[in-house]
Design a protein around this ligand. Structure first.
Ligand SMILES: Nc1nc2c(c(=O)[nH]1)N[C@H]1C(S)=C(S)[C@@H](COP(=O)(O)O)O[C@H]1N2
Ligand SMILES: [Mo]
Length: 315
């Protein structure tokens, strides 16, 4: 692991987040070898064995066979501002979120409004594993084996009307369980949205697990959205409401800095973030950066959704 800190790399490379992770792991390992309890309590609570295996998960479509991100990285390097704005905060603080019982209200432009119960979602034989590349707008990426259900299939049950043009999502609002909501870093609750054709695209899933196990709180338990051709912030966590709408719904990051975060948020190496390039990315765990692919490598499946649109304008 120390080989990664070769002398030719610059200071900025050493403090790169991916490398910091590796270094932390090394230190943890060293501490464990010295007989010290290296993991803080929150991290220990998030260990793999604390997340039950999900029953009867079948392999799903669209999987990549690229190397999966280490589980320990995927659960300790997170964005979930409801639990703090540093990458380690969610793993430390998300223990206060109560994920049972849980259901999502389905409202708006549907003939049959109702609820999706978590228990129904994790019924045997419904869950699929999808190994997806994930790309954060901050230019790092991971490969995560999600467990979930295509959102389109779920929405059918509620009979969307012909006016349903968009789908709006909302995270739980409860500052007692989500201490980050006591600060005004974003307008709470966190909200996101998709156009209806994006929402029912077969790649789009509601996820209840990863690596075959129940979702850790820091990753958006008990139910979160996964849209692999878009930047990570579209993947709203701990969803309590889904509303089908006629008009394009507001989204949290667009509200807070619309100039930096568009509604579409398709992964696009040709459209820079105003403060950095999106041409390359660091896969967490890798040393070298790699090129970012249009639509995060899912162009074959999704580019037709955007035919005729100027994706510099609709970024
Ligand atoms: N409710 C909520 N959902 C959220 C966020 C958030 O702060 N709050 N962060 C987003 C961002 S920026 C990213 S990159 C992904 C990170 O998901 P992960 O921690 O499971 O990798 O969650 C997204 N979903
Ligand atoms: Mo992100």
């Amino acid at each position: 692991m120390l080989i990664r800190q070769a002398p030719h790399i610059s200071t900025s490379e050493i403090t790169d987040e991916g490398l910091v992770l590796r270094r932390r792991e090394f230190l943890r390992g060293a501490a464990a070898a010295a007989g010290v309890a290296a993991l803080p309590a929150g991290t220990r609570a998030a260990a793999e064995e604390n997340h039950p295996l999900l029953p009867n998960v079948k392999p799903g479509a669209f999987g990549t066979d690229e190397e999966r991100t280490r589980y320990s990285d995927a659960i300790s390097y997170n964005n979930f501002y409801e639990f703090g704005s540093r990458k380690g905060d969610p793993a430390r603080n998300a223990g206060s979120l109560k994920t049972k019982p849980w259901s999502i209200a389905i409202e708006g432009e549907v003939d049959k409004p109702g609820r999706i119960d978590l228990e129904d979602l994790i019924a045997p034989h419904t869950l699929e594993e999808r190994v997806y590349r994930m790309r954060c707008v901050e230019a790092w990426s991971m490969v995560i084996p999600w467990v979930g259900v295509p959102l389109g299939k779920l929405l059918e049950r509620f009979a969307p009307t012909s006016k349903a043009k968009y789908v709006a999502f909302q995270t739980l609002l409860d500052p007692k369980q989500m201490p980050g909501q006591r600060r005004n870093v974003l307008d709470w609750p966190y909200v996101e949205g998709l156009r209806i054709d994006e929402a029912v695209h077969p790649l789009t899933i509601l996820s209840v697990g990863m690596y075959g196990r129940v979702l850790p709180n820091q990753n958006g338990a008990p139910i979160r959205l996964v849209v692999p051709w878009k930047y990570g912030f579209k993947g709203i966590k701990s969803i309590v409401k889904i509303e089908l709408t006629e008009k394009q719904p507001p989204t949290s990051w667009n509200l807070s800095a619309g100039y930096e975060y568009g509604f579409y948020a398709n992964v696009n190496p040709n459209v820079d973030h105003p403060r950095w390039s999106q041409k390359r990315e660091r896969r967490i765990g890798d040393f070298l950066k790699r090129d970012t692919l249009p639509f995060n490598g899912y162009a074959d499946q999704v580019s037709s959704l955007y035919t005729g649109m100027d994706l510099r304008k609709y970024f």
